[in-house]
Structures are given as structure tokens and as C-alpha cells.
Design a protein around this ligand. Structure first.
Ligand SMILES: Cc1cc2nc3c(=O)[nH]c(=O)nc-3n(C[C@H](O)[C@H](O)[C@H](O)COP(=O)(O)OP(=O)(O)OC[C@H]3O[C@@H](n4cnc5c(N)ncnc54)[C@H](O)[C@@H]3O)c2cc1C
Length: 381
């Protein structure tokens, strides 16, 4: 907003007791990482002060009155707005019927609980998605654990790991990465009961250890729903420019369901880069709605780009690989850094009806951005 020459009051209410921080660091540094304020804070406190941006931690927004244009806070007070952005993200999804004390990971508070509970014994991770696998990698390579071999199990309900984001060939490579380090990967697993220290599978197998649930997130749409905004299964429904169905209310980041560029369906991204790009886009939209002369506009690509770090292997996912019906695997490592184990560093281009719709690469340094540019070009008229 400041870059768009807005000189009015900007207030950011956040329920967590910290200044904004890099959430992505949590799963990578779950046991050994330095997750202290100076290390993971997004900006030092002076940054916000210099720009007159009021960050108000430890305050939950409890309601919105879209008619009087006010938000209600947990202490009963109310604050007026000319423009309101809902960037409430989401909460960790719960396993149906599981113990409410089951560990999961979304905020720094969860890290404290996990660090207190993970000892040198077995760990069972429910969910072979990005966060579950990053936790497996971080725990199994922790210096605090003498020997993790055979002690860590990842249970995935689908037939392959990362099934929501990567094609089978990459999923197999990722599974090998983990198995090589002694992590047990079980796909097609059906859990019938999950407690804090044991999981039971449909075939009767009982796995004991510290259980961590990593089965995704659900968007935190409660405020929007209560205020009568249009909300769907993917999140708060927004248009291309992040306007919701109610004037002067916008949604951005993980909670926003923006039209998919290929299908038009509302779609949530759940990616850091998308969330930061939404921040820039929503500021431009608000500035236009407030009648401000907007600053230099930054093009905001509509193609998602996410990354993951497992052991020392960087995995990047661009666009929508799982829409594809054909995969073109390039194993030439000469164009990349080849940081994956055994020099295996594939780039997989994913095509639907001969159109490039996604790409995944492992150990290819900054290749994701170039692949993204390729996909962005296919969206141009
Ligand atoms: C452990 C972990 C690892 C990740 N790693 C990667 C990665 O490697 N690469 C990648 O691309 N993405 C990664 N992500 C995803 C990425 O972190 C998210 O896409 C990004 O944080 C979304 O930002 P956001 O601001 O939309 O939501 P969030 O970061 O979820 O922030 C929302 C904030 O709103 C607060 N809030 C909610 N409701 C209220 C309310 N009523 N009042 C006040 N405050 C409220 C919440 O407490 C929270 O602090 C990871 C996510 C997690 C959890």
C-alpha cells in the first residue's frame, strides 16, 4: 500500500504473538533449526515502524460489519476500515476421529509442542505431502537423534507421495530419497485409529511412536462466512484482482480462492510465493478502488510456483502438473546444479492436450522461475 502512495493508517491484526515470520522455515528446521525471532522474522521491527505500519500481534479479529465497515476484536473493541483484507490463511486439517492432542504443524506454537514431544524414539508421520516429508527429512537428519534408521515412518493414503503436486516419476524419486536415509514410506495406507503415541492401520498393524499429523490445511473462512461473503470449498471466492463478493473487502494468500487461469474454477494456492504476490496485487486493487494514482504496477503471474527442501534436495513445482496427460522427463543435469542425491536431477515438463501446464524439477537451483515463464507465455492470448 505504501508503494502505491497510500499515506493513511495501515493496521495488521494477527492472532499469533509474533511479528510476521517465515512460516516455511518451520518444517525444515523442526528439530535443529534456529527458529528464533531474529532468524525467521520477515522484517525487523524498525521496518514496520519506519513505514507507519502498525503490526498488532496477539489480537484475534472476531467479526466484520460490512455495512458500518468495522471489524470487531476479541477484547470487544471495534475498528473502522476503508478497505479490509482477509489474509487469515488456514489451520492444520484434523484426522477424522483422531485424538485432539495429536501433533501437527502450522505455527511456531506447534513447533514448541513438537520439540517437547519428539525424543529419540520412533516417529510416525501421517501424510506424505510436502510438509510431512519435510518433517521426515528434518527429523531423520537431526543431530539430536543418534540413529533414526527404521525409526521414522511416513504413512500416505494415496498410491504415491506428493500425489497432489507431482507426477509419478518424481514421486518415486522423492520416495527413494527418503528410503535411502532409512525412512519407511508406506503408501495406500488406511488409518483406522490415531492416538498421540500410536496409529492403527486397516490391516490391524499398530505403529507406535510420536504421531504427527500432516494431512494438509483447511482455509480459515469463518470470518468471511459470518459476514456473508461468498465462500466455497477452496476458500473465500475472489475475482482476478482479489476482490470478494462484498465491496471493500478483499482476500489474499492461502485463504483466497482465485479463478484458475485454465478452468476458471476458484482455486487456492497454498504457496509462499503466491501469498507474497497476492499482497502486491491486493494493494494495487485497493489503491485503484480508493481512487489513488497507483505506483508502478508489478505484473503478478497467475502461475503458482512452490518449492520444498528435503535433505539437501530442492524440489520445485510450477503450474498444475497433476492436470497433465503427458510427461516429458529431461535427465540432463548439465543445465542445473544437480544437488539431488546420486546426481539425479530431473526436469519434468507436464502437458495436457499438448499444452504445457506444469513442470517439476529436482536439484535444479533456480530453474523453477524459467519454467514458470514458459508456462506464463502459454497463457498469453
Ligand atoms: C510448515 C509449513 C511449511 C511450508 N513450506 C512451504 C514451502 O517450502 N514452500 C512454499 O511455497 N510454501 C510453503 N508453505 C506454505 C506457506 O507458508 C503459505 O502459503 C503462506 O504462509 C500463506 O500465507 P498467508 O499469509 O496467506 O497465511 P498464513 O501464513 O497462514 O497466515 C495467516 C495468519 O492469520 C492469522 N489469523 C487467522 N485468523 C485470524 C483472525 N480471525 N484474527 C487475527 N489473526 C488471524 C493466523 O494466526 C496466521 O498468523 C508452508 C506452510 C507450512 C505451514
Amino acid at each position: 500500500m505504501r508503494a502505491n502512495r497510500f499515506d493513511g493508517t495501515i493496521t495488521v491484526f494477527g492472532e499469533e504473538p509474533h511479528l510476521p515470520y517465515q512460516r516455511t522455515a518451520l518444517s525444515k528446521g523442526i528439530l535443529d533449526g534456529d527458529l528464533s525471532d531474529p532468524k525467521i522474522t520477515l522484517r525487523p521491527p524498525g521496518y514496520w515502524e519506519e513505514r507507519g505500519i502498525h503490526i498488532v500481534p496477539s489480537v484475534r479479529v472476531t467479526g466484520i460489519d460490512a455495512v458500518s465497515r468495522t471489524v470487531e476484536l476479541a477484547d470487544g473493541s471495534a475498528v473502522g476500515y476503508d478497505a479490509l483484507v482477509l489474509a487469515t490463511g488456514g489451520t492444520a486439517r484434523q484426522l477424522p476421529g483422531a485424538s485432539p492432542d495429536l501433533l501437527s504443524l502450522r505455527t511456531r506454537r506447534y513447533v514448541e509442542r513438537l520439540r517437547a514431544r519428539i525424543d529419540s524414539g520412533p516417529v510416525v508421520i501421517v501424510g506424505g505431502g510436502l510438509i510431512g516429508l519435510e518433517i521426515a527429512a528434518a527429523v531423520s537428519s537431526s543431530e539430536q537423534r543418534v540413529d533414526s534408521a527404521g525409526q521414522i515412518t511416513v504413512l500416505e493414503a494415496a498410491a504415491s507421495l506428493l500425489s497432489r503436486v507431482v507426477p509419478d516419476s518424481v514421486a518415486e524419486a522423492v520416495a527413494a530419497l527418503h528410503r535411502d536415509r532409512g525412512v519407511r514410506v508406506v503408501t495406500d495406507s488406511r488409518i483406522t485409529a490415531a492416538e498421540t503415541d500410536a496409529v492403527t492401520l486397516a490391516d490391524g498393524t499398530r505403529l507406535t511412536g510420536t504421531v504427527i499429523s500432516a494431512i494438509g490445511m483447511q482455509p480459515d473462512t469463518a470470518l468471511a462466512e459470518a459476514a456473508g461473503l461468498s465462500v466455497g470449498p477452496a476458500g473465500i471466492v475472489v475475482d482476478e484482482t482479489l476482490r470478494t463478493s462484498t465491496p471493500r473487502i478483499y482476500a489474499a494468500g492461502d485463504v483466497a480462492a482465485r479463478p484458475h487461469p485454465l478452468t476458471g474454477e476458484p482455486m487456492r494456492a497454498e504457496q509462499w510465493l503466491t501469498a507474497t504476490e497476492h499482497g502486491k496485487l491486493v494493494a494495487m486493487t485497493i489503491a485503484a478502488d480508493l481512487g489513488l494514482a497507483t505506483g508502478p504496477s508489478t505484473p503478478v503471474p497467475r502461475v503458482p510456483l512452490a518449492w520444498s527442501m528435503q535433505y539437501s534436495s530442492n524440489i520445485q513445482m510450477v503450474g498444475w502438473p497433476t492436470m497433465a496427460d503427458r510427461f516429458d522427463v529431461d535427465l540432463d543435469t548439465s543445465t542445473g546444479t544437480g544437488t539431488c542425491a546420486d546426481g539425479f536431477a530431473p526436469t519434468v515438463r507436464c502437458f495436457a492436450d499438448e499444452r504445457l501446464v506444469g513442470a517439476v524439477c529436482m536439484g535444479r537451483g533456480g530453474a523453477g522461475r524459467a519454467l514458470r515463464t514458459e508456462i506464463v507465455k502459454t497463457l498469453e492470448p
